[in-house]
Design a protein around this ligand. Structure first.
Ligand SMILES: [Zn+2]
Length: 410
């Protein structure tokens, strides 16, 4: 049998929390690598499964030991020390995906690979959250070392390996040379420049509207094109599922998240911002109490909310909610028959899935009922503050974005 080149696929995420939060997609890269004849080593979470110690068991044990101060026992069992380092060292290349919420593991892995000169393909996500929401300049430096390339999505990594498959089968030195040459040609290849307009400094934008109005899409535009920090409750809540399993169930039935959860996420986010950083809240707050808390917090922080309501009628909203497909990989939403027939993300080629709450009439009815009560009250609250602008949502997303920019530049 021919010698197989080894690749270390590292999935990051707090091992004591929810690793899936950072690598929540079924990993397309794995399938591709196996088919292409590589041997995958050093996948921490798969290792745990094989040992019959899933992360949900291992994580809790480790946390207990750490909290009890059992440092020696902890180190003896710490996978990153006993397993991943070794694996990382003997890989021909590493694929890693840093998580904004936890970078300890990634950092240790990347330090080793950096020291040993193991080439690395780093997936930072289409919205670059992996890097941009992480304050560790140390980690960022490690992610963009000499033999490292940064990619937006798994699909881009797959395409890159496919294009240079012969080089990848030659092993570490050849891959290093390839990457070094690419970087010689284009030293800024890992940069992700985006426009930042001074007039957005310190702005706090809240985008409201019925389901399917395109709140997330517009929020992501502001993030990708104007340097806004992004807050979407869907995105935030997905990261909480492990610690709060009932929440997923409840959201799937069309219920709202409890306000204390939302308020906690909002305040965490707000106090982490520097004064100049603009932020956009997409589809949050929904409940009146959340709106009041957010308004108070913003006021204490010297910010004034700009609330934009994207108006669409109930018919369109209903149609979109049913035909909505959600990309597990880049978190973008898509509406339309073509995505129902062919559930592939046009943006990153990741798998599109249906949200549980979009599949049953009862859940949809519930969603509409709280939009008509809670979200209405929230909208009214902001209207009374005199900070709301309504815009017509029955247009293309580009036209809507144009409107939003005009409102913000006023
Ligand atoms: Zn996608």
């Amino acid at each position: 049998m021919a010698y197989k080149r080894k690749v270390c696929c590292y999935r990051t995420g707090p091992i004591e929390g929810n690793p899936g939060a950072s690598f929540h997609v079924k990993n397309q890269v794995d399938e591709f690598l196996i088919e292409a004849g590589f041997e995958i080593v050093g996948d921490t979470f798969e290792h745990l499964e094989r040992m019959n110690r899933p992360q949900s068991v291992y994580g809790i044990e480790m946390k207990k030991m750490r909290d009890q101060g059992l440092i020696l026992a902890y180190s003896e069992k710490e996978l990153l020390l006993v397993m991943s380092f070794k694996k990382a060292r003997r890989s021909d290349f590493i694929i890693s995906r840093p998580a904004p919420t936890a970078s300890g593991g990634t950092t240790s892995e990347t330090v080793i690979s950096w020291l040993k000169g193991v080439p690395k393909l780093v997936i930072i996500g289409p919205h670059h959250e992996g890097i941009l929401d992480n304050d560790s300049t140390f980690m960022i430096r490690m992610l963009t070392g000499r033999y490292d390339l940064v990619f937006d999505t798994e699909r881009h990594v797959i395409n890159f390996i496919k294009k240079h498959i012969k080089v990848f089968h030659k092993g570490r030195n050849a891959i290093r040379e390839l990457i070094a040459n690419i970087k010689k040609e284009n030293p800024r290849i890992n940069d992700r420049p985006r426009k930042m307009w001074d007039e957005f400094e310190g702005k706090a934008v809240i985008i409201l509207g019925w389901p399917g109005a395109g709140k997330d899409t517009q929020g992501r535009f502001l993030q990708d094109l104007c340097g806004f920090k992004f807050f979407g409750s869907g995105h935030e809540l997905r990261h909480l599922h492990a610690g709060f399993p009932d929440l997923k169930e409840s959201l799937g039935e069309g219920n709202l998240a409890p306000p204390w959860v939302i308020i906690n996420r909002i305040t965490q986010k707000l106090i982490s911002l520097a004064k100049f950083e603009p932020i956009v809240f997409a589809g949050t707050p929904k409940m009146l109490v959340e709106a009041q808390m957010l308004a108070d917090a913003l006021s204490d922080l010297g910010r004034k909310p700009i609330v934009i309501v994207i108006d669409i009628n109930e018919e369109l909203s209903r149609k979109r909610i049913i035909n909505r497909r959600n990309c597990d990989s880049c978190e973008e939403y898509f509406y339309g028959e073509e995505f129902v027939r062919n559930p592939i993300c046009p943006r990153c080629q990741g798998p599109l899935s249906e949200r549980k709450e979009n599949m049953n009439e009862g859940a949809i009815a519930k969603i509409f009922s709280w939009y008509k009560t809670d979200v209405e009250k929230t909208t009214k609250f902001f209207e009374d503050m005199g900070v709301v602008t309504h815009i017509d949502g029955h247009r293309t997303k580009e036209e809507i974005f144009e409107d939003i920019l005009n409102i913000l530049k006023k």
